[in-house]
Design a protein around this ligand. Structure first.
Ligand code: PGA
Length: 261
């Protein structure tokens, strides 16, 4: 049984003060939800938040003992050096981060990150014991041109190059985020999301074998809200969600977490 992984990507929202306020409200409501608390302690679900870099330490401090994973939205592949504006894996480790989003569509399309660069980031994360949450997803033009599967396949083959089956036992998470569904209010139907997540699992099987495919957590992201979360999370190959806008308010993020139960 794979656990459900409920993740919030805050993008460039929630500065340190807002992060601290979020965490105190969120941990207080978590403490009131016995079902969520039990699922967390049984390892049936995991909750993760990805604040901006400056809010990572405030988030880690404010969460206290609460069982919430804190991760970064990006990371560089070198450990240190002349890379103005970048943050490395050892830096994230030192402050207590355990996960990093790699290849979010905004990094791919606004900041022009390539599959080759993302592959270097994934390998650096694994080497430094940071779990990569590797994002893949097609543009609307890819979907309309019936190229969805070809695009996702290239992103997987090039992004995951040189990884081994062992990397998939709890160490790599994949997020399917159709670019046309991000921040647009247009969610993929649960069936469409399932179809692509199933394709991703099959590709992982081809590339890394059946055990890797069985273990890897595959998330869906793109306009996930409390109202659609349960239907998305009930799909066979969808192990969690990567939530943008609806993760910014403690109440809606808690509701999405409950939908996983
Ligand atoms: P959204 O963002 O939920 O606001 O569509 C999802 C994401 O970009 O990860």
């Amino acid at each position: 049984m794979r656990k459900k992984f409920i993740a919030g990507n805050w993008k460039m929202f929630n500065a340190p003060a807002a992060t601290t306020a979020f965490m105190s409200a969120f941990t207080a409501s978590l403490a009131d939800k016995a079902d969520v608390a039990a699922a967390l302690s049984d390892g049936k679900i995991a909750i993760a938040l990805f604040p901006p870099f400056v809010s990572l330490q405030p988030a880690i401090k404010a969460k206290g003992n609460a069982d919430i994973i804190i991760g970064a939205q990006n990371v560089h592949w070198e450990e240190s050096g002349a890379f103005t504006g970048e943050v490395s894996v050892p830096m994230l480790k030192e402050i207590g981060c355990t996960h990093a989003i790699i290849g979010h569509s905004e990094r791919r399309h606004i900041f022009r990150e390539t599959n080759e660069e993302l592959n270097k980031k994934i390998k650096a994360a694994l080497k430094g014991n940071i779990t990569p949450v590797f994002c893949v997803g097609e543009l609307l033009s890819d979907r309309e041109g019936e190229n969805t599967f070809a695009v996702i396949k290239t992103q997987l083959v090039e992004g995951l190059k040189d990884l081994t089956a062992a990397d998939f036992t709890d160490k790599v998470i994949i997020a399917y985020e159709p670019v046309w569904a991000i921040g647009t209010g247009k969610t993929a139907s649960s069936e469409d999301a399932q179809e692509v997540c199933c394709f991703i699992r099959d590709e992982i099987k081809t590339l890394f074998g059946a055990t890797a495919a069985d273990k890897v957590l595959i998330l869906y992201g793109g306009s996930v809200k409390p109202a659609n979360a349960a239907s998305i999370l009930s799909q066979k190959d969808i192990d969690g969600v990567l939530v943008g806008g609806a993760s910014l308010k403690p109440d809606s993020f808690i509701e999405i977490t409950e939908a996983a139960l």
